[in-house]
Design a binder for this molecule. Sequence first.
Ligand code: AMP
Length: 114
Amino acid sequence: MTIFEKIIAREIPGDILHEDNDCIAFRDIDPQAPIHVLIVPKKVIPRVGEAEISDQQTLGHLLLVAGKVASELGVNSSDEGFRIVINNGKNGCESVPHLHIHLLAGKQLKWPPG
Ligand code: AMP
């Protein structure tokens, strides 16, 4: 069971900002920006590179929820803004093998990423 499944099952605490039938969003425990939220599908897809056609609706839903959470946190504007990141595998710095979107905001982020 991944750590994210445990948060979904309320076996460990999470600072939850959104939940619906298909996903959950909670604050990252080790934030890399003033706003750092993870949007996680309830279905365990290990990483985006292993998603299947049948996951298409879920993948789109995660992006829409990221936008909704960004709105609720007051950063969904061109003046403010946010970044969405999906880490995949070793070189992508994935550490939890349960697909998730990072929503980062609240400061000027650098480009290109490291
Ligand atoms: P990644 O490195 O892309 O796999 O992202 C995993 C993220 O999960 C990291 O940013 C961690 O800080 C975060 N994380 C790990 N454990 C927890 C937890 N219990 N609650 C919230 N976030 C967590």
